[in-house]
Design a protein around this ligand. Structure first.
Ligand code: SF4
Length: 390
């Protein structure tokens, strides 16, 4: 039985030839780590990520020189026939950089906490005049960027990070999810004043509960304000290894299951190519995108009729390329058939050395010697016309 998560209604925002939002599949993205001035290294890294399934690639542009290099990177990719949307990541005092890079790139990410980077010396509170002046400065700096984005009909991500909220927001709202939301809303409002709505919003934090709360709050506020901007989800600075994957899955997966999120990035302190399988696995586990076989396997117990780890590896090796199928490997016929989770095919232990093969709930090969089990399973899939050559 397929369960469909009601998805928050969002507008479609085009990033190159990829569409984020609406009913489009959740988009997977990542970011390269090379120095942007090393154009060839960046081109190679982007190509590698793209070939591994990265649908949008982000590149840092800390200076105008980097913005210029990113344009060269794009030109080089185009000349090599590689079409992957590129996002320029703009942070400190980013107005001039964002304006320059928006002339050539598919999407600009700006960080509201750093875009107009200013700290009032020794100030623990902001007067109403200082707040107003700061908002005016945001408007002044953001307007030229918006004009270019509008003219080229490209996208902008308003990407708030918990760790880099502006002084002004922290003083006013605290270091809180609410401060993150207000920070994003301020920039959204400036864009809307100029009738620019190709926006994607992100609120990232390293702490999962903060990230969850900020995104829920943001979605609620956008609903109240009649805003339908897509959300980009991620747990930032998640670290590395298993725990980073668990943090990312917990944060991103929880929100996706609540219907929030239109594009995701898993941030690992590892080679970014490792981020892509995690993204796709989150989407697969939630049934939002099917990019590989869904294997179901029991944990094995005293009833298991074969070495489950070995058999599962053999079945995976033979059928792992059949994206879209559900295949179960279950240790016994007592509980196995009932717990195969509606798999398309089941490989189930019947007696020592004997297995049964199932198509859905139906036994189609009752007694197969285990040594022929995988071969017979492949034959069954072929007979059903569902086999493709690896
Ligand atoms: S399916 Fe059978 S072998 Fe597997 S865990 Fe359940 S009872 Fe044990």
């Amino acid at each position: 039985m397929d369960v469909v998560y009601p998805r928050r209604k969002t507008r479609e925002v085009h990033v190159g030839d990829v569409v984020i939002g609406g009913q489009n599949p959740i988009v997977v993205q990542s970011m390269i780590t090379e120095n942007t001035r090393d154009v060839e290294a960046c081109v190679q890294s982007i190509t590698r990520l793209h070939e591994a399934g990265c649908e949008i690639v982000r590149v840092t542009t800390p200076t105008l020189a980097d913005a210029h290099c990113l344009s060269r990177i794009k030109d080089t990719l185009t000349a090599r026939g590689i079409s992957v949307p590129l996002v320029a990541d703009v942070h400190h005092q980013g107005a001039k950089i964002a304006e320059a890079v928006a002339r050539t790139i598919d999407k600009v990410r700006i960080n509201p906490g750093l875009f107009v980077f200013k700290r009032l010396a020794d100030t623990i509170d902001y007067t109403a005049e200082e707040m107003q002046a700061a908002r005016q400065e945001v408007e002044t700096d953001l307007t030229p960027v918006i004009k270019v984005c509008k003219a080229r009909d490209i996208a902008m991500r308003i990407g708030v990070n918990h760790g880099s909220l502006s002084d002004r927001m922290t003083v006013t709202y605290g270091d809180t999810p609410l401060g993150m939301v207000e920070s994003a809303l301020e920039f959204i409002q400036v864009c809307e004043q100029q009738d620019y709505r190709n926006l994607i919003i992100s609120l990232k934090a390293s702490r999962v509960p903060v990230m969850l709360e900020a995104n829920r709050l943001m979605a609620g506020r956008m609903d109240e304000e009649g805003m339908d901007y897509p959300l980009h989800l991620g747990v930032t600075e998640a670290g590395d290894g298993d725990y980073a994957r668990i943090k990312s899955t917990t944060g991103i997966g929880t929100l996706l299951a609540e219907g929030l999120g239109d594009t995701i990035r898993v941030s690992l302190a590892e080679d970014p190519i490792h981020e892509l399988p995690v993204c796709y696995d989150i989407l697969q586990a939630l049934g939002l995108r099917r990019t590989k076989v869904e294997f179901i396997a029991c944990p094995s117990c005293g009833r298991t009729k074969f070495d489950l780890t070995t058999v599962l590896a053999e079945v995976k090796s033979a059928t792992g390329h059949l994206a879209g199928l559900d295949i179960a490997v279950m240790g016994c016929i007592v509980n196995g058939p009932g717990e195969m989770a509606d798999a398309d095919y089941g490989y189930v232990g019947r007696a020592n050395g004997i297995i049964s093969l199932y198509r859905g709930h139906e036994v189609v090969k009752m007694s197969v010697p285990q040594e022929r089990g995988v071969e017979e399973l492949v034959d069954l899939i072929k007979t059903d016309g569902r086999w493709v050559e690896p």
